[in-house]
Write a protein that binds this ligand. Sequence first.
Ligand code: E4P
Length: 214
Amino acid sequence: MKFFLDTANLDDIKHYAAMGLLDGVTTNPSLVAKTGKSLKQVITEICEVVDGPISAEVISTDKKGMIAEGLELAKIHKNVTIKVPLTEDGLGACRELAQQNIKVNVTLCFTSVQALLAAKAGATFISPFIGRLDDLGQMGLELIEDIREIYDNYAFPTEILVASVRSPQHVRFAAKIGADVCTVPPKVIGQLMKHPLTDTGLAQFLKDHEKSSE
Ligand code: E4P
């Protein structure tokens, strides 16, 4: 399973990229707004750090506007992936951008039939938001299972990019289900590395080492 970092924070991206953990990055307008920079600047800087798909989301809600924005954003770097919402216009824009060999990430997916439509429209990635479904008392990971089954039934090449990830358990089950990509917030990627037994075990080893002869 590929790991994308779900952030627009360049320091976090540099930190985890230096560890070789990142296959790509996802941003959204909320994440970009936190940086105080323009979308173009944010995406340009990320592309200099990570050599993999970098998602940049359009703001237009009509097909023509999304295509125009997508074409502009795609000029920034070959790795830029255009994020469009899973609306009728978004699917239309996805189709046209895909036909121009531009990678598209269809975002804000909440049902498996929406994911089916995105695959038909030529999406490179589908982004089901599992945490937001969990927040409503639904089972976000069941959506990933359903999409995996549907895409495998018909050998759709669209990659399942698990989004709205809130915990290490989300990452664990995304990998068990066979998601192609999990986009993980910096906080969760940090949690994945930690275990109290690692810390106490290391402390004990270091303490015992002090008793060793030189
Ligand atoms: C990434 O592509 C999504 O925009 C992001 O994972 C949404 O996460 P949230 O539900 O925590 O805002």
